[in-house]
Design a protein around this ligand. Structure first.
Ligand code: B3K
Ligand code: ZN
Length: 881
């Protein structure tokens, strides 16, 4: 915890490291109260650096000894300023030996070496390695690591690190050791160790080149009944990377370890991925369809990092999206290919669009807005954002849209050919794409350098005489902190035209056949595109498959939207039309809510929804997406002065109205989409459950008696967690008489399943009936634990970010609670605190009364004398003008 003024670090200030490290030998004497780390590294001067001093980083370490080429250095031989240790006047080649002590059991930050449930785990990205030993802890310093672990055998029977196990044995006095060697050079952020009492599911797996690899999933005892899906996902990931990208596993052994205390989802340490239990443990009894999906995606994501991140890594942390955007894109494609159907792919794409709109667009429009490749930061951990990850994935996807699948693949091949084993930049990636395809991608650079969500306004004109249809596109991008004006982006806009019969018209541009969908490349502030031989006034389907992360401003009439909603061959735009229809109505209702006049919903819209709901030719998963209303947060983003209560009332009214007026269809679909027999998480079954459970949610929102009975019955009888939790949620949200008893039963039944108890907290925290007082009493529940990130998030973050009505209570009590929790959490775990702090990002958009309270809460946090850089940066930016 720092009290000094935080330093801003700028991308433009990058300089190469003064010394390179060839080899690192680490020795660990593991003890929760006093772990001794011996570090012996061979270093040599970097020819690319003019600097002559050795620079090492270390944090919260007790330095016991420091030797250079065999000679002990005394305090006058080096300087320590903050976390930087500098040794001046060093020779060309150096062997450094450093002995330090750290205290894992007191490390509540969960960065560096820490204990969880009595065992040892590490997390080094981004800068956690410096809490383990002094090291040039920056991603462009890559070395070969050898690791010796020594620990009590009884308490820590399993000793793991990166690479291959080369030796193990007894030490006497109850201790044992294991020696690991990682043959690949890697940056320190990919180092990992685990010393724990664990068991594993293991399997040998034949790779494409005929080698056998040992795959292991390590968990605490009692959880071996929940590792199948993670193992299956790992095997699928390995296969997929071989088939789609010709990328092979380069190690003989690949391990996944699940830990209950973890700051994020998982970590791609070379050969030893460490995972939050949430993304490993699953069986039908305890995990939902969404949980299964999450496991597949995250196992894939971390595995894919082995090439995009580990083999080719980042030069500096500003380049984070080089590995994260690309790897998210890869995991999205993996999940889509695993479903294997066109409509499954579209449903996945719709999910991605929802995430962008719900989380990334607001980030891009708020005080923390930053380019995909940021120009500066105070705390790098604050930049593991939806912009770097999800918008970064969109940027990668746009290359594929512009170059075609084959062209993109050539670019990827060239990228690996050029940069395997290197630490590179986003520009290097773009250059590989440009060189492999022969295309000029210089304007495309702006997607990396400019923050903010571009707005593309479209105007259309049909010329009946010439039979031409002209689409004129105008692009702009609002100012963001530090960037007042923007240059035009290179934006691929996929377009199709629908005839009155609902079919795609064949497109002709410049005399050439352009298929049913064509990609228009917008590079100017304003550009017109002319379609020829258009026989009738078409309905334009613009931004098909969400071909760019932009806001499309087009004045669609209801008739056009209804036409697209019924017919568009592009499933994403078909869904989008429904969202626009719903959003228009939600905005109108929000304006009227609370005014006193009765709220009304038109028949046309309901009819369209009813038709969609009952169209059994369509995939249930798609119908569920099409019927799901934009969230309260998405509505808020459309409104200048936000009053969360009126949005909530409007949306609740709409849900109840849908439930009442489509009752018959909802009941029919509820029955038609049952999934009897053994549970399977496959996409078709999951889609059916999703649609069925949405029907239930609408029916219960309408207080429909049969619906409420069905919810109770489903809760009592369901054989899987998806249906259990959906029913419980319906009961709670409808304030059903049985809700309390159901909650209690749920708790009693799953008391020993931490991940299910997280759901139990989350369900309550996000219910509009749960006020801040109720959250405070839940915090006193014996199962609550602020130090466990999953648990803290399940209650506190779910309330602050997922319960708008109560969080924004008019008396400001929600904000006072937020300030209190951010401050308390910050002293324990800055990364978790800082995420929570972001719940206030959009405070300037609320009503003046709410703003006043929010500002006070923000100032209270900012005014703390002791605050991490993480939280200080977030609240500082929120308050800045
Ligand atoms: N690379 C890690 C994230 C590390 C976060 C550090 N605060 C997980 C991932 O993106 O795969
Ligand atoms: Zn990642």
């Amino acid at each position: 915890m720092r009290t000094d003024t935080p330093q801003t670090i700028y991308r433009k200030d990058y300089t190469p490291p003064s010394y390179l490290v060839d080899t690192v030998e680490l020795g660990f004497d593991l003890d929760p109260a006093r772990t001794i780390v011996a570090n012996r590294m061979t270093m040599r001067r970097n020819p690319d650096s003019a600097q002559r001093e050795i620079e090492l980083y270390g944090e919260n370490l007790e330095l016991v000894a420091l030797r250079m080429n065999g000679n002990t250095l005394s305090e006058k031989d080096y300087r320590i300023e903050g976390s930087l240790l500098t040794i001046p006047d060093t020779p060309e080649e150096v062997t450094l030996e450093i002995e330090t002590i750290c205290v894992p059991e007191q490390n509540t930050t969960l960065s560096g070496l820490y204990t969880s449930n009595g065992s040892f785990y590490t997390q080094c990205e981004a800068e956690g390695f410096r809490a383990i030993t002094y090291f040039p802890d920056r991603p462009d310093v890559m070395a070969v690591f050898t690791v010796m672990l020594r620990a009590d055998k009884e308490k820590y029977p399993v000793l793991l690190s990166n690479g291959n196990l080369v030796e193990e044995g007894e030490l006497g006095d109850g201790r044992h050791y294991a020696k690991w060697e990682d043959p690949f050079r890697k940056p320190s952020y990919l180092f990992a160790l685990v010393a724990a009492r664990l068991v594993c599911q293991e399997e040998t797996f034949r790779l494409k080149d005929g080698r056998d690899a040992l795959l292991q999933v390590w968990v605490e005892e009692g959880n071996l009944d929940k590792t199948d899906y993670a193992m299956q996902s790992l095997k699928n990931s390995i296969r997929w990377d071989e088939e789609r990208w010709n990328l092979e596993l380069d190690l003989d052994r690949f391990m996944i370890v699940a830990v209950g205390d973890f700051n994020m989802g998982a970590m791609e340490n070379k050969g030893l991925n460490i995972f939050n239990t949430k993304f490993v443990l699953a069986n039908p009894r305890v995990a939902t369809d969404i949980d299964f999906q999450g496991i597949e995606a995250v196992v894939g994501h971390e595995y894919f990092h082995n090439w995009t991140g580990n083999r080719v890594t980042c030069r500096d942390w500003f380049q984070l999206s080089l590995k994260e955007g690309l790897t998210v894109f890869r995991d999205q494609e993996f999940s889509a290919d695993m479903i294997g159907t066109e409509s499954g792919r579209a449903v996945g794409r719709i999910d991605q669009v929802r995430t962008l709109r719900q989380a990334q667009f607001p980030e891009d429009a708020g005080p923390m807005a930053h380019p995909v490749r940021p120009d500066s930061f105070v705390e790098i951990n604050n930049f593991y954002t939806v912009t770097v990850y999800e918008k970064g994935a969109e940027v990668v996807r746009m290359y594929q849209t512009l170059l075609g699948r084959e062209g993109f693949r050539k670019g990827m091949d060239l990228y690996f050919e050029r940069h395997d084993g290197q630490a590179v930049t986003c520009d290097d990636f773009r250059r590989a794409m440009a060189d492999a395809s022969g295309r000029d991608l210089s304007l495309f650079e702006r997607w990396y350098s400019q923050a903010g969500t571009p707005v593309v306004r479209a105007e259309t004109r049909y010329d009946e005489v010439d039979k031409t249809y002209t689409i004129t596109l105008f692009q702009s991008c609002p100012p963001t902190p530090g960037q007042t004006s923007k240059f035009p982006f290179h934006i691929p806009i996929a377009v199709g035209l629908l005839g009155a019969d609902g079919r795609d018209m064949p497109l002709i541009i410049g005399g050439k056949d352009a298929g049913p969908t064509t990609v228009l490349e917008l590079t100017e502030p304003e550009q017109s595109f002319v379609f020829e031989n258009v026989q009738e006034q078409p309905t334009p389907s613009i931004l098909r498959d969400f071909s760019a992360p932009i806001i499309l401003d087009f004045n669609y009439g209801d008739a056009d939207l209804l036409h697209l909603f019924s017919h568009d061959s592009d499933a994403v735009n078909r869904w989008e039309a429904g969202q626009r229809l719903a959003m228009g109505r939600l905005l109108k209702l929000t304006g009227e809510a609370g005014v006193g006049a009765p709220l009304m919903l038109d028949d046309t819209f309901l009819l369209a929804l009813g038709k969609m709901l009952s169209d059994e030719a369509l995939d249930p998963a798609f119908r569920e997406q099409a019927l799901l209303l934009p969230s309260e947060g998405m509505v808020a983003e459309q409104i200048e002065v936000v009053n969360p209560m009126s949005i909530h009332l409007a949306r609740q009214f709409m849900r109840a109205n849908i439930g009442a007026r489509l009752r018959t269809e909802l009941l029919a679909q509820y029955q038609a989409n049952q999934t009897p027999g053994e549970y399977s998480p496959d996409a078709l079954s999951a889609g059916k459950r999703a649609l069925k459970n949405l029907c239930l949610a609408y029916l219960t929102a309408a207080q429909d008696e049969e619906g409420l009975q069905l919810a109770q019955q489903q809760f009592d009888e369901a054989g899987n967690m998806t249906d259990r939790v959906a029913a419980l949620s319906a009961l709670i949200h409808a304030r059903a008489p049985g809700a309390e008893a159901a909650l209690q039963r749920f708790y009693d039944e799953f008391e020993d399943e931490a991940l299910v108890i997280d759901k139990w907290f989350m369900l309550q925290a996000s219910a509009a009936t749960t006020d801040v007082g109720a959250v405070r009493s839940l915090m006193r529940h014996p199962a609550f634990n602020l130090r466990n990130p999953n648990r803290a998030r399940s209650l506190i973050s779910s309330f602050c970010a997922g319960n708008p009505v109560q969080f924004h209570a008019p008396d400001g009590s929600g904000y006072a609670f937020w300030a209190e929790q951010v401050i308390t959490l910050d002293a324990l775990n800055p990364q978790v605190a800082s995420r929570l702090a972001r719940a206030m990002d959009r405070w300037r958009r609320y009503t003046p009364e709410l703003q006043e309270h929010m500002k006070k809460a923000l100032q209270q946090v900012a005014g703390q004398q002791r605050l991490s850089n993480d939280v200080r940066e977030v609240v500082g930016k929120a308050l800045a003008n």
